[in-house]
Write a protein that binds this ligand. Structure first.
Ligand code: NAD
Length: 471
């Protein structure tokens, strides 16, 4: 299978999607390995994962280079590698405490003589399926806590960005005890994987999430789904317009808008709409593409070519329905890569695809509101509920509005904070996801079944206790 380079447009890489018989054999092997892995003490698993982290750090250059070619941007590739080291360190440090708190020893019950304990039994084999926008981060975000829980894991990253798989597997080869494999393949490989695992952790689009959820139901396995969003940002009258514009810009266009938690709709109070829009358009026009030199500039090309077509169609639809462009607006083909400068639009109407469907590009549609209740109602429209943001003159004012948003996480006086903060649990609303939070303690606890050990230390009941005669 050919893989396109997002900077040149050339198909300069190839993968061999793993077929179902190979997946079945791999699953068997990993299940065998998992028995020994889960028998280790959690601190021993942590030590092995930390060894792996050192191997990743020593090979950071190769991994970063592969990610850079996969995605056409460099700085974020470095951030992904650093973030992976921190991901491993964090779970290695926290896992023992999380397990200790959840494993209840010898608790009395309401029945004298009977006590219980809760034992954590990891799902033997977890399948993780991930998208192309942060290839390394999203491949490992569920795998690491699953490994810490004692599961074996097979990861199937996106076929759009598979170049990092080989250098990552080379680092894993240094610590063969870890029951983790990252495989090459497309949607067919992902679908086949679902038939061989005990739990699926999926990150991707709503359309594929529906298929995965159906297949998981057929296979009778639990699924965690982390899907798309259409995150709103509310800018209240008390906000500083220039500061709010800076936040809106960063939260919308970082990684060229190819992030689930990107701000994709802005609602600004009429009182400050003019200075806000002026500042936003100015700042948007000042953003530089990382072309021709990848080492200079702010945003890169579209990673997935078809995304450029989808985004352009949404902009064209909005303009045809009366939206006014204040910045950007046209996808440019530069050296074979597809780029879009930050695009700011206003005079938005609810029938525009730009406000109903996920865009996944550096596009900021701005709607002016007169009343906060109206803005909240607009923000709560639509099928998604991943996250959102509120900017106001005080944290308290922003928070009072934030609690009324139907989303899994709200950034208060900032945007897209969910990409930086891991400690707090969040569950998506609407079609943005299903299942326990991947953040916070449940990010690990979801990979356990809880086994209750119920002890009788008194006299067991005889059948006579249920006899009709005794009434
Ligand atoms: P996608 O749904 O097209 O693909 C995701 C993965 O699913 C890929 O690895 C793909 O090969 C695989 N796949 C495709 N068909 C499958 C099937 N039938 N069974 C099993 N696996 C299958 O998503 P994408 O275009 O790669 O990624 C972009 C989407 O991901 C956006 O909607 C974005 O919002 C979402 N996303 C969500 C989060 C989150 O945490 N909520 C994070 C990043 C991206």
């Amino acid at each position: 299978m050919k893989v396109r380079n997002p900077r040149t447009g050339e198909a300069d890489y190839e993968i061999t999607p793993l077929g179902e018989p190979d997946i079945a054999a791999l699953a068997n092997r990993l299940r065998g390995k998992q028995a020994g892995w889960s028998a280790l003490d959690v601190e021993e698993r942590a030590a092995l994962l930390l060894q792996w982290s050192k191997a990743i750090a020593s090979n950071a250059g190769a991994l970063e280079q592969a990610l850079t070619t996969d995605t056409g941007r460099q700085k974020i590739s470095g951030i992904e590698v650093d973030g992976t080291l921190r991901l491993i360190e964090r779970w290695a440090r926290l896992a023992g405490g999380i397990m200790a708190a959840a494993q209840i020893e010898n608790r009395a019950t309401s029945i004298p003589g009977i006590s219980t304990s809760t034992r954590l039994a990891p799902y033997p084999l977890v399948g993780a399926i991930s998208p192309w926008n942060f290839p390394l981060t999203l491949a490992l975000i569920d795998a690491i806590p699953a490994l810490m829980a004692g599961c074996a894991v097979i990861v199937k990253p996106s076929e759009v960005t598979p170049r990092f798989i080989k250098p990552l597997m080379a680092t894993l080869a240094e610590i063969p005890e870890i029951p983790l494999t990252v495989i090459e393949g497309d949607g067919m490989t992902g679908a086949a994987l679902l038939r061989h695992v005990d739990y699926v952790a999926f990150t991707g689009s709503v359309a594929t999430g529906r298929k995965v959820s159906g297949a998981a139901a057929d296979a009778f396995i639990p699924a965690s789904l982390e899907l798309g969003g259409k995150d709103p940002m509310l800018v209240l009258a008390s906000a500083d317009p220039a500061n709010a514009a800076e936040i809106a810009l960063r939260a919308s266009v970082v990684n060229s808008g190819q992030a689930c938690q990107s701000i994709e709709r802005v609602y600004v109070a009429r009182e400050i709409a003019e200075p806000f829009l002026t500042a936003l358009a100015q700042k948007a026009n000042a953003v530089r593409l990382n072309y021709p030199d990848i080492a200079h500039g702010d945003i890169g090309p579209f990673i997935f070519e078809q995304q450029a077509t989808i985004v352009q169609a949404q902009i064209d639809d909005a303009v045809a329905k009366g939206a006014r462009l204040l910045a950007g607006g046209k996808v440019e083909n530069l050296g074979g890569g597809q780029y879009l400068r930050p695009t700011v639009l206003t005079d938005i109407t609810p029938d525009m695809v730009l406000v109903t469907e996920e865009t996944f590009g550096p596009v900021i549609p701005v709607t002016i509101f007169d009343y906060v209740d109206e803005a909240i109602a607009l923000a709560n429209e639509g099928v998604y509920g991943l996250s959102g943001a509120v900017i106001a003159g005080s944290v308290e004012e922003a928070e009072a509005v934030g609690t009324r948003l139907k989303v899994g996480a709200v950034s208060i006086n900032d945007g897209s904070l969910t990409s930086m903060v891991w400690e707090t649990e969040k569950t998506s609303f609407g079609l943005s996801g299903l299942g326990p939070s991947r953040m916070g303690d449940s990010g690990m606890l979801r990979f356990f079944r809880k086994q209750a050990l119920i002890r009788q230390k008194g006299q067991a009941l005889p059948l006579a206790a249920y006899s009709e005669d005794k009434r």
